[in-house]
Structures are given as C-alpha cells and as structure tokens.
Ligand binder design. Sequence first.
Ligand SMILES: [Cu+2]
Length: 255
Amino acid sequence: MKPLVALALGLGLTACGSERARDATPGSAPAPKIVVAPSDTLRAGTLRGYVHLIGEAPTLPPMALGASDGCGTLRASAPSERLLVADTRIANVLLRVKSGPAASNDPAPSEPVVLDQRGCVFVPHVVVVRVGQPLALRNSDEFVHNVNVRSIRNQSSNRSIAPRDPDVHLRFEREERSIAVRCDLHPWMQAIVHVVDTPHVALTGSDGTFELTGLAPGDYEFELLHEWLGRVSLRATIGSDHGVEARIGLRVPTR
Ligand SMILES: [Cu+2]
C-alpha cells in the first residue's frame, strides 16, 4: 500500500511592506485559491501546476511609445506587459523554494540569461538569473538604449548601449527579487530581474504553467511572486514516490 503523503495547504499573503517598497513590487493581494494534490502520473520530486486569474482580467493602459526618436516610428503603442493573461492563465509568475529540505545545489550556469532591447521594449519582460550567473544586456535595435538596473541589495548599474555594441554582462552577488530595470531614454521600457540562489525556480510561461523537479522529500514553503498580483505562499509536502500538482488562483487586487 502506498504510504500516505501529507499535503499541507498553505495560504499566505505577504503584504508588500515586508520588503522594502519598490516600484516593481506588487501591493497586498486578496486571498488566493490554492489546490494541492498528489499525482501518480508525476515523477517523485516534481511540483507541477499552473497559475490562473480568478475574476475578470483588468485592462491595463497600453504603453505609449514616444515619437521623439526612432522608437515612435515603429508603432504608436504596445500592450502593457505588467499583467499577461491568456485564457485565465497568468504568465511571468515567479515560483521558488523559500524553505525546505536540502536539495540540488547545482552551481549557477555559466550560460548568460539574455535581456534584449528589441522593438523598443525589453524582451523578455521578466528574467530569472542565478547568483553569479551572467545577465547579458543586449540592444538589437537601431537606436541607442540605456539600461538602468535599480538594484537595492546588489550593485546598481546604468549603461548606454548603442546599436551593434557587444552585450554588457552583469553578475549579481546576492539574492534579490523584483529588481526594476528601465531605459531612461524611453520611459515605457521596463523589465524585472529576479536573482535567486537555488536551481529550484520557475517562471510561468504564457500558458501559466510551471514545473519544479528534483525536490528532495519533505515539507516545503514556496513563494509565488507576480509584478501586479502580489506575493503568495504555498506549502506542500513532497513525497518520496510520486509528484504533486498545484493549481493557484490569484485574484485581482483592489487598488
Ligand atoms: Cu530605450
């Protein structure tokens, strides 16, 4: 008989004030709806699931592209990237292990994570980089851009990158979530960098899904963080003989 796996459902909203306020972090959020269940079809050590929006997705104002230089000739505006929802599924939700048993401690990859400036927006809008892993700042446009990395726990950086300049590589020495990145020349250009020191981290894709693998058995607390929807805690016990599925429903904050 299969041993019972205890699943702890943890709902915890951490109001934004628990960390220093910054413009890329969300405000407090209403209670999420979280369902966690064991799955025989998932490999042991796996947490898989998706993040969805409960209620109607708000329409955020589009980004107006300024016409003062070449960017304005590309297009007049671009959709807001602060909340990307498709068929209720939410992209760009960070999921990481906040606490739990020791698991994989793989060294940070030497392959850089690329943060490009293309079409006068940052691509992608959110990136995750490990402590020590290079972040390659790139300009694929025919216009000069600037990358202002407003770090609090790491060294801040403010560099201009001309067309066809080589990538600028940054490294971060400490964990830090929600580092705001801006182009000072084009104020609508905004991105977010999350720096983590664990390989057990995921960012939801456009279908809202995530998957963490290689988790050692035991009790975990995971943190979910979204730029606009807030921060949520998820507690789950990872068993030794099968995986765990999670469905996380986030609600639109009252502002
Ligand atoms: Cu720019």
